[in-house]
Design a protein. Sequence first.
Length: 185
Amino acid sequence: MFHTSKSMLRIFTGAALVVLAAAIALPASAGGFTHGIVITVDDEDYNFADAPDGPGGAFDIPGHYWVQAGPDKLVGKHFNTGPFGAPSWWASEADDGEFLYKVDAIIDTWSAEKAAKYASRGYLHYHELLSVSDGTLHPEKVVWLKHTARTSFNLDGGPHPELGHEVTPGLDQDFIPNGNMPYIP
């Protein structure tokens, strides 16, 4: 009987730790959105190419949480959190974990014509897809991103602090604008 109670206590304690870890790792306003999302493209599973700080070491863009909105579309929430939970990584003066941007994402190929078309619709930045199975980049497709700010802040961090700028609510037309750079995997 004592052995069973000890086992139950271990199970309960383990479950409580898992719930606590999940609560710490996930911003409160991320509800239903996933960091380290697996996206199926051309019958293969991909993550966003970036830090391996998602569940089980899944790769993703720091501070980003996603939900699939269609076969080639995602919607994201971009929080002020860096790789492996680094605090206030994107904007040093904003609160740690603050919901900075709503992100719209479209999976498509890169071409000069598409770069111009997407830029006219606010998709000024693209991100690479990394194969879950072998870690290679998708041979043709990228994810076009449109960042719409929810508040005002100084974007002075992230992977490119040299591109820092003041942000106001609405479309951020200066968010790491790499859309005109050809995609060469």
